[in-house]
Design a protein. Structure first.
Length: 84
């Protein structure tokens, strides 16, 4: 999830760390606080930024990247791992 105060450098570092342990599937979604009493949104990412993160992830060697405002960990999971 992005939008909780992370820097671009921190996002890239997490992506690098995941590749270092051979993670192949990456999902990046927008944090959206469910109520006003939850942690406040720090930043809303533009869809173009999600596209850029997807491209970067593919360039880094992830085999499947879902990146968008409404993406969650199970988003298009069947496409990512197939029918096993």
């Amino acid at each position: 999830m992005v939008g909780v105060g992370e820097s671009n450098e921190e996002i890239v570092q997490v992506m690098n760390d995941l590749r270092q342990i051979n993670c192949e599937i990456l999902t990046i979604g927008q944090y959206l606080p469910p109520t006003k009493s939850h942690f406040p949104l720090q930043r809303y990412y533009h869809p173009d930024e999600f596209n850029d993160l997807r491209e970067l992830g593919l360039e880094m060697g992830f085999t499947h990247v879902e990146s968008g405002p409404l993406v969650r960990s199970s988003y298009h999971a069947e496409e990512a791992v197939g029918n096993k």
